[in-house]
Design a protein around this ligand. Structure first.
Ligand code: FES
Length: 153
């Protein structure tokens, strides 16, 4: 049986926003930071404590791409699919990441080490092709460099 969720951490988040109108988004952001993702149980607890229908909370969570309802890897690998990266071999970089991690886009490795995503542009086109691991940028990539980068994690 899974461990029951420790809701004391959620209470600390809610205390922080007590009396603040319209704080649902920052509360969800902070809760996600604390718990790693927004589980059904966590969202239900948030709804109950804020007296907001769960359907409304789900509406917000599913609208914004920043919210996750499934567990994520410790490291998020984001590969750029933008034009500048594409013309400089981004497709091969993407394939190398998939090959190394053994997962597809939007998936997380079984050991919850990596989550793999693609983005439209990482805002570092001069370094293309580019990927990001959490907050670290890696540019001018080749498939061989991708292997080196990911092996560091
Ligand atoms: S197109 Fe890849 S960083 Fe902009």
């Amino acid at each position: 049986m899974p461990e029951p969720l420790d809701l004391s951490k959620l209470d600390a988040v809610l205390d922080h926003y007590r009396g603040v109108e319209g704080a649902m988004i920052p509360i969800l952001q902070e809760a996600q930071e604390v718990y790693g993702y927004l589980s059904e149980e966590l969202l239900a607890a948030i709804g109950k404590r804020l007296r907001i229908p769960l359907s409304r909370i789900y509406g917000v969570v599913t609208f914004y791409a920043q919210f996750y309802t499934t567990p994520r890897g410790r490291f998020t690998v984001r590969v750029c699919r933008g034009t500048a990266c594409h013309v400089r071999g981004g497709k091969n970089v993407l394939k190398a990441v998939q090959r190394h991690l053994g997962i597809g886009e939007g998936e997380t490795t079984a050991d919850f080490k990596f989550t793999f995503e693609t983005v439209a542009c990482l805002g570092a086109c001069a370094l293309s092709p580019v990927l990001l691991v959490n907050k670290n940028y890696y540019g001018k990539l080749t498939p061989a460099k991708v292997e080196q980068v990911l092996k560091q994690y």
